[in-house]
Structures are given as C-alpha cells and as structure tokens.
Design a protein around this ligand. Sequence first.
Ligand code: NAD
Ligand code: ZN
Length: 235
Amino acid sequence: MRFSKSDRIVVLTGAGISAESGLKTFRDSDGLWENYRVEDVATPQAFHRNPELVWEFYKQRYEQLKTAKPNPAHFTLKKLEDFAQTNFSLITQNVDGLHFQAGNNNVLEMHGSILRCFCVKCRNNYPISDVDLEKPIPFCEKCKGMLRPDVVWFGEIPYHLEKINILLQKADYFIIIGTSGVVYPAAGFLQTAKYYGAMTIGINREKPANYYLIDKFYLGKAGEVLPKLVDEWIE
Ligand code: NAD
Ligand code: ZN
C-alpha cells in the first residue's frame, strides 16, 4: 500500500498516542484518569458541585504537560502532514496539545485543550499561562466569573463536528490511533468514513470496540508501529 499526494488522509487520535509521552489513558486504568474518577473531574456536574477539585485535577495535568514531549508517533504524523499537505487532516480527542508541539498544523482538537480556559459567564478565552493558578479557582479579569478549562466534558458537545463530518465523507484513508472506540461521537467516525468509501486503518495496543469496521489493523504501540508503517506508505 502506498499513499499518493492526492489521497485524502484523515487521522483520529486518542489518549493511547500520548501514552508513550508519559500521559496515562483512562481505559488502561479502570476508568480512572491519573487516579481520579472521571465523573468527579470531567463532567459539567462535577464542576458545578466542586470546581476546586476539578481545577486541582487540571492544574496537575497542566504541570505534567510542561515536561511531556511528543513521541515518535506524534512526529510521524507531522511527517505525514508534510507529505500530504492540505490533503491531511488530524482530528484528536486529546487535550494535551502534543500534536501542535510536534509541528502539525491541520489539527482539530475536538475535545478542546488543557492549555486554554474560558469564563463561564462572559465566555472570554484565556491561555492558561495567563491565569493565576495559585488561586483554588481562577476568576475572569473582565467580569469576575469563574474560569473553567476549555475541555469538552462528558455530556457536552465536541467541537468541529460539522467540519469533521465533511472530512470523513471525503476521506480516502481514515486512520485511528490509540483510541478505545468507546467514547462517542468519535467512536462513530470509523463507520461514517467506511460507509462513504474510505479504507479504514487502526493502530492500537488492543482491539478497539469498533474493530469490526477496520480494514487493516496493526496491534502494537503507536510509537513503534506508526513510524515503520508511514515510511512504507509514503516511500
Ligand atoms: P481511552 O483511554 O479510552 O483509550 C486509549 C486506547 O489507547 C486504549 O484502547 C489503549 O489500549 C490504547 N493504547 C494505550 N497505549 C497505547 C500505545 N502506546 N499505542 C497505541 N495504543 C495505545 O482514550 P480515548 O479513546 O482517547 O478516550 C478517552 C477520553 O479521555 C478522550 O476523549 C480524551 O479527551 C480524554 N483523555 C485525554 C488524554 C490526553 O489528552 N493525553 C489522556 C486521557 C484521557
Ligand atoms: Zn468573564
């Protein structure tokens, strides 16, 4: 198999691609994300109930990100974008910003990013580096409303869904990497892409829940498997 420059390549990544950068996934730790219960830190109800706890969790994630570096899988996707240029699109469920750090440009962060926050009252956006994280809960400079991380929590609607739907319909190749195929709507993208005629490819350390929709599946760690595959595909 070889990609040509006119092929439209769409990639979906999940927490598994960042595992080798030292960031934990939650499927691998029994529904816990870095030792927190997802219901306590990643839902709008949790923020309403206990914003301090939610901030404590995201402050830790931000601290961890300061030393996390993109791994060979991230850099390989940069190489793929350099090859396919505007025919390449990267959709990520990750909130860690590592794809941008690796140099990718065409990235849709469908679940937002830990590196940004916004005011729940006036919706003003702030880069997290501008926010005073010494406070238990940071507040908006303009209206004194509470700030929250700009991440999409369970029960909220992901970003960029219309754009993603168009990409899936036009894709020649749809590749999923490091995602369990359990969290919707992202888990349904494979089906859309396949029904519209894309060849579907999966790289994961275990068979994902939507394995039956994958035409070519490669079992293994993204940082080890992906660089070799992409070398073959674009040689
Ligand atoms: P998930 O935790 O549900 O699944 C991760 C998948 O990656 C699993 O199937 C696992 O077997 C696989 N995996 C683990 N290590 C791997 C490796 N080295 N190479 C290849 N595959 C590997 O993740 P998800 O499907 O992305 O859903 C979790 C949600 O939680 C996401 O929507 C995301 O917003 C959030 N989350 C984000 C991060 C992050 O930004 N780094 C980390 C944890 C959770
Ligand atoms: Zn405000």
